[in-house]
Design a protein around this ligand. Structure first.
Ligand code: 13P
Length: 343
């Protein structure tokens, strides 16, 4: 029964031609983004911003699920409706970030281990009662000539698998996010190698812990050169590298793949996702999973910049969010174009 519920939720999130809106920045990260945009960093402003996102007209035509942060799932709109209820009634499945962030890893300078397993069973039961039907846990893997270490990969893979097993026990679909970071000057090949190693280790750990892959969504990075790498390949090269890597290490049973944006611009993220879906279409059934998006920065950035914390800008900011959602929605069908971007 639970398995059926998990696969139904996972499929509703990734199989209907829509993608996910990640609006689950922790208070610290949200405040950092607000500070950069000159917005007051307080709870009422974070609430107002999340309300702006969640009440964007027609959002559910492009968005199947929205990932919330603990603060947001406990908040209500100005009209007194809990965010999870608002989203559910709009046809968007509410999800919740359940990790408590990446902390410096003991004995491994420059590497991090994500925490949040203590008390997770109880927190998941709570989130379920608040309306969440899926969850997210992000591990971060830094990369340079020497990193990541096998210890960092293994520790994060174990934590991701433990989290995923607890989610499924609670009836929530786990989104498993092992993010290989874009910071650095490494090339595409180095990112490919590290990403494949990480994913391989993560799926070993998921297998060991008996996680049901049909009720799980993978949230990986695209295979990209570091932001400071002088060679930045075209979208179809990135699409080819990403799809090739995923085919090598991700079991076909996984319900779907929902990419993070990781600091790419909105346009590049849409273009690259589009290139992957063109490839998927051309390959017939060779690519076994829906390839969708679960972006935060690449979908929210223009809206945040337009809003500036002022109610008068809300409608305009919502249009900007809807535009990015529509571009990414088109990219799921391989129909994103410069004309659509400029529309
Ligand atoms: P970005 O799309 O900004 O990378 O965020 C996705 C996310 O959920 C990070 O955990």
């Amino acid at each position: 029964m639970k398995n059926r519920q998990l696969t139904d939720t996972a499929q509703a999130l990734v199989c209907g031609g829509r993608g996910l809106l990640a609006m689950d920045e922790s208070n610290g990260t949200c405040n950092k983004r607000f500070a950069a945009a000159g917005i007051t960093q307080t709870e009422p402003f974070r609430r107002a911003y999340r309300e702006l996102l969640a009440t964007t007209p027609n959002l559910s035509t492009c968005i199947s699920g929205a990932i919330l942060y603990d603060e947001t799932i406990r908040q209500r709109t100005a009209e007194g409706v809990p965010f999870a209820t608002l989203l559910t009634e709009a046809g968007i499945i509410p999800g919740i970030k359940v990790d408590i962030g990446a902390k410096e890893m003991a004995g491994h300078p420059s590497e991090a281990i994500t925490g949040g397993l203590d008390g997770l069973r109880e927190r998941l039961a709570d989130y379920w009662s608040m309306g969440a039907r899926f969850a997210k846990w992000r591990a971060v893997i830094a990369l340079d000539d020497r990193l990541p270490t096998a210890a960092c990969i293994a520790a994060n893979a174990e934590a991701l698998a433990g989290y995923a097993a607890l989610c499924q026990e609670a009836g929530l679909v786990p989104i498993v996010e092992p993010e290989v970071l874009m910071a650095g000057d490494h090339d595409l090949e180095r990112c490919r190698l590290v990403t494949e190693t990480v994913l391989h280790t993560v799926f070993d750990a998921l297998y060991e812990q008996g996680v049901m892959l049909e009720g799980l969504i993978l949230k990986p990075n695209m295979i990209l050169p570091g932001l400071a790498c002088p060679i930045q390949p075209a979208a179809d090269v990135i699409a080819e590298a990403t799809v090739t890597s995923l085919l090598r290490v991700v079991p076909a049973a996984v319900a779907g793949i929902a990419f993070l944006s990781g600091g790419q611009s909105g346009e590049l993220a849409s273009e690259r996702l589009n290139a992957m879906n063109i490839k998927a279409k051309a390959s017939g059934s060779r690519i076994p999973w829906p390839l969708v998006f679960s972006f935060a920065r690449a979908i929210q950035r223009p809206a945040l910049e337009i809003w500036k914390g002022q109610a008068v800008n809300t409608a305009h900011a919502q249009q900007a969010l809807y535009h990015r959602a529509r571009c990414n929605h088109a990219a799921l069908r391989g129909e994103y174009s410069a004309a659509l971007e400029a529309a």
